[in-house]
Design a protein around this ligand. Structure first.
Ligand code: ZN
Length: 340
């Protein structure tokens, strides 16, 4: 018994050591929307540990997060006519939260800034938009949003927009529009990450054909393990990884398994395993969807629990260098290559 305890302690220390050394990159959260919409007397703010929701700065520190992508999500009631105004309100909310917590977190717009901010002991925040409605069909808007610091655009949510159809448009399932093609070209020129999560399959193949740079799926899982429309089929995984992109495995229970049971951190790592087996170690990352999903797997109830993934990877025999790639190295490689 004593031996077992000692072993357990040693492996716990090992998890801590590997996790602290690794750069941890989360490719997707919807926390800004939760903050702007919180009408309770004690408002949720980024800087204070909350008993509700999934992500705040104290819990990010506990979880060892180095880089966090903050998505701006435009709710249906604002589409299509007020999408841009709503986007700007959310970006304003993001900036205000970042400024209030400038000792702990900073907006980053290129790779060198990530390194600098992390070296200063702070969290690097990447600004993204979830839904191309924000552009309101205008490339000039895209360029201005880039100037505001946006470095990642999820082309669609589930519905159709000016760029393409989302996965919810199963009757048509159309690909990129003429405007959508121009958006891809402009994002390539600006150096922005093109995100195909939520995009129709036809749209996915159009992006693969059109984009000159690697693309990402910021929060999607493997269709072979869970045949949900939000997940990527094997051919899609191959095409995306052949292009040197990265897939952020998401923690959303409905995208992990179709079995009617409680999911756990093991289910997340099973999707990681599958991608590693199919494509190799260089193309998988994390895309939690914290604050964008109601439920979460057991052992992953908030951003502070991310080290449980490291523990499970270690349990399954992954080497330290491989764990570093999964936790953030792969996302950072693609960010550096595309954004610069
Ligand atoms: Zn999403």
């Amino acid at each position: 018994m004593k031996v077992n305890l000692a072993e357990a302690h040693a492996s716990l220390n090992k998890v801590k050591e590997i996790h602290q050394k690794a750069k941890v990159f989360d490719g997707h959260c919807d926390t800004i929307l939760k903050i702007i919409n919180d009408k309770r007397s004690v408002k949720r703010i980024l800087g204070k540990k909350s008993t509700t929701g999934h992500l705040d700065i104290p819990r990010m520190k506990e979880g060892g997060i180095d880089v966090q992508v903050f998505a701006v999500f435009i709710e249906d009631i604002y589409k299509p006519d007020r999408a841009l105004k709503r986007t700007l309100q959310l970006i304003d909310c993001f900036y205000r939260e970042i400024e209030k917590n400038q000792d702990d977190i900073s907006l980053v717009t290129n790779y060198n800034q990530i390194e600098g901010i992390n070296r200063a002991g702070k969290i690097a925040a990447i600004l993204s938009i979830e839904g191309g409605e924000a552009l309101e069909g205008d490339l000039g808007v895209l360029r201005v949003l880039y100037r505001l610091g946006v470095r990642l655009l999820t082309l669609t949510w589930n519905q159709r927009n000016q760029i393409a159809d989302g996965i919810g448009e199963s009757r048509t399932g159309s690909g990129l529009t003429e405007f959508g093609l121009k958006v891809i070209d402009e994002m390539n020129d600006l150096g922005m990450l093109i995100d195909v999560s939520h995009l129709s399959e036809t749209g996915f193949w159009d992006v693969i054909k059109r984009s000159k740079t690697p693309i990402i799926a910021s929060h999607s899982n493997c269709y072979a393990l869970c045949s949900h429309l939000r997940n990527l089929k094997d051919e899609q995984i191959k095409a995306l990884t052949d292009k040197d992109g990265v897939i952020g495995i998401t923690f959303v229970p409905n995208f992990l398994t179709q079995e009617k049971r409680k999911t756990t951190v093991k289910d997340v790592v099973t999707h990681i395993d599958y991608l590693v087996e199919k494509a190799g170690i260089d193309y998988v990352g994390l895309g939690s969807d914290f604050d964008g999903t109601g439920g979460l797997p057991l052992g992953l109830g908030g951003v502070d629990k991310i080290p449980n993934i490291t523990a499970e990877l270690l349990n399954r025999g992954y080497k330290e260098g491989e764990i570093e790639k999964i936790l953030g190295g792969n996302f950072l490689r693609v960010f550096k290559k595309v954004v610069g």
